[in-house]
Design a protein around this ligand. Sequence first.
Ligand code: GLA
Length: 405
Amino acid sequence: MIIKKGLLVFFVLLFGFRIQAQKFEELALTPPLGWNSWNKFACNINEEIIRDIADAMVESGMKDAGYEYIVIDDCWHGGRDSLGFIYPDFTRFPNGMKALADYVHSKGLKLGIYSDAGTKTCGGYPGSRGYEYQDALQYAKWGIDYLKYDWCNTENINPVGAYTTMRDALYKAGRPVLFSMCEWGNNEPWKWAADIAHMWRTTGDIFICWDCKHQHEGGWYSWGVMKILDMQEGLRKYAGPGHWNDPDMLEVGNGLTVNEDRAHFSMWAMLAAPLIAGNDLRNMSEETIEILTNEEVIAIDQDSLGVQGFKYSSKDSLETWFKPLKNGEWAVCFLNRRAEPAVVEFDWKNENVMDEIFGYVTKFDEVTYSIRNLWNRKNIGKTKKAFIATVPSHDVVMLRLKPLK
Ligand code: GLA
């Protein structure tokens, strides 16, 4: 009898806890694909831009390539009404968020919004501190599908508590919302956020440059693409289906060279990173569209095994990255960080590629793979022969290997 009672208490506690404390588990089984307003528009946003971006996501072929979320970043806020409910700035969003969400949904896309765990957002608008449940309720009423939750103005706030509170508030509001933490890696969220969020920023903000460090007024830094890539070292073991490392949104189409854009996009795919475009989708060059909609590269990012890639070797700024894929396949990316072209010579059978964390091995001495070049979309032979190619400066050669039976 005592044992039975004990069991009952155990199950009540277990299920009671699950009901109250949970994220929406079924979301982001592969890294999220979408667009966010910040990198291109910063605070200069309004509902017309967001609607036009949704149209452009469909017309450009990005939706067909898998992009799903349209995310409104900072500065959409008007204020709080007498009951404390948040409302948008009606000069920028005259029809309100519900109408905008309806429009985005009518295109077969989903709408995301931005808030902050502190008293104010980074742009100085009302944060969710103390209003978490009310804000989550309001987002659910509007039909919001994604929340990016920032970390400005959070002095003396415990990060685990703050992000857990918003997770619980979203869950309680009842509408599935993908929860994107933007805490910049300050408190190593990869160690504690897998049950809280679907993705967490690992670094400070990205900057439109290949390898620079940009200092802002106030002393904080933004980071070039290569700087952010280097900061991912050691984090791959924490990512997997439903919980991803987020090295920040894409700068593709925002001013890097085409080679650099291609390298940036490829490396984010190798990292199984969320691919959140940050450019003006209404006005893209052919090259930008080609990069953002390369389905074969996106498939590397979206592979259902959900394993983040790793740097296998590095010599004189020429790096070789591997990413295990489902069915024993692999992605390989040669990244040339030099200011001049580099020749790759990779003799597969002499290389012992091993994923020391997840246990995948290539066994090139026993298994032969077919090779496909993902950027020129050509099948280029087998791993029996050494691979030789020239990689342009600040560019990649990206391959997919398939084991032959
Ligand atoms: C922080 C975030 C950015 C962006 C801005 C908005 O800097 O890291 O991604 O959301 O705030 O103010």
